[in-house]
Design a protein around this ligand. Structure first.
Ligand code: HEM
Length: 108
């Protein structure tokens, strides 16, 4: 089957994305989270562009921000094991909830 153009580079196409593309996209998302950590006292401003993108252009259903936060936490727990302490878990949960709330704040 022919793969559509774009969607970030090499690898077979799955659901419109090439597999290498999923990794490239994940990197973008995690970089954005890194930027959010650095601006944790001013998330609204730091994530303003992304909030516009997800609300007005992509029209992502906001429930998905919560679901993605859960996915991040499962991955962290699996990889970090005991290092993913209750305190870190709680801090991460709070941080991701704050990010999700900013990304969803432009919806009406
Ligand atoms: C922690 C939450 C999230 C963060 C930090 C985030 C961040 C980003 C970033 C940095 C981009 C790339 C923007 C660009 O290229 O200029 C992006 C694109 C995108 N995001 Fe999100 N995102 C989040 C959640 C979600 C969710 C929950 C969905 C949908 C289920 C979603 C769907 C998309 C789509 C469809 C694109 C465009 C992809 C493309 O251009 O191929 N995002 N997001």
């Amino acid at each position: 089957m022919q793969t559509p153009p774009g969607r970030y580079g090499p690898g077979p196409c799955r659901g419109g994305y090439r597999l290498g593309g999923i990794r490239a996209h994940g990197k973008k998302v995690v970089n954005a989270l890194g930027n959010a950590v650095k601006n944790v006292d001013n998330l609204s401003q730091a994530l303003s562009e992304l909030s516009n993108l997800h609300a007005y252009n992509l029209r992502v259903d906001p429930v998905n921000f919560k679901l993605l936060s859960q996915c991040f936490q499962v991955v962290l727990a699996v990889h970090l094991g005991k290092e993913y302490s209750p305190e870190i878990h709680s801090a991460m949960d709070k941080f991701l909830a704050a990010v999700a709330s900013v990304l969803a704040e432009k919806y009406r």
